[in-house]
Design a protein around this ligand. Structure first.
Ligand code: ADP
Length: 191
């Protein structure tokens, strides 16, 4: 089993690159953002609970998010490894993930950050907002709020994973192919 957390600010390319990593290393991809959006479009109870947070660009409360993540892992257990995309995003989520994984005899092997500056990210997100239906990608204030959530609640996880010797950063600028090959080189060196 090789379990990866793909880490980075909104728009850094986590979802795109997680897809390539999933295919190359035969991992099961869990995106908490995608799970929330699926629940919202299916109008489930969880979706109704999460909608107002996503609409504003706020993080969904840990109590909801952690349970959803654990259920997704437990429902997909016969896999070669997981790639966690968009989770954890708070210290509480990171600590819960560690203890949950221990309880099922697993661990995180590597946390890989995609490093891109905020100006580049704003233009990527506004471009993405023109082709998708995400209201949180179409409004500069919502984008800035998501960066603020990242900077105040998520960025401390760099230190959390550095202390465990599991944190790696990859330059997230350049073509999609360039970034994919940087990631493959890194993962090949860790496996
Ligand atoms: P992005 O990284 O571009 O913001 P995501 O699809 O990962 O896109 O997340 C979209 C939204 O889903 C977040 O702004 C937040 O509201 C919610 N969300 C996703 N993952 C989490 C999480 N781990 N904890 C809390 N909220 C989350």
């Amino acid at each position: 089993m090789f379990n990866i957390v793909i880490f980075g600010k909104p728009g850094s390319g986590k979802g795109t690159q997680a897809d390539f990593l999933k295919n190359k290393y035969d991992l099961y991809h869990i995106s908490t953002g995608d799970l929330f959006r699926k629940n919202i479009s299916n109008k489930t109870k969880l979706g109704l609970e999460a909608k107002s947070y996503l609409d504003k660009g706020d993080l969904v409360p840990d109590s909801v998010t952690i349970k959803m993540l654990e259920n997704e892992v437990l429902s997909n257990k016969d896999v070669n490894g997981y790639i966690f995309d968009g989770f954890p995003r708070t210290l509480n989520q990171a600590e819960s993930l560690d203890s949950f994984l221990v309880s099922i005899n697993l661990k995180i092997n590597a946390t890989i950050a995609l490093d891109v500056n905020e100006n580049e990210l704003i233009s990527r997100l506004l471009d993405r907002g023109k082709i998708n239906n995400r209201s949180d990608d179409q409004d500069i204030e919502k984008i800035k709020n998501r960066f603020n959530e990242y900077n105040t609640k998520t960025s401390i996880l760099i230190d959390f994973y550095q202390k465990q010797d599991k944190f790696f950063s990859v330059d997230g600028k350049g073509t999609v192919d360039d970034i994919t090959s940087r990631l493959f080189d890194l993962v090949d060196s860790l496996i």
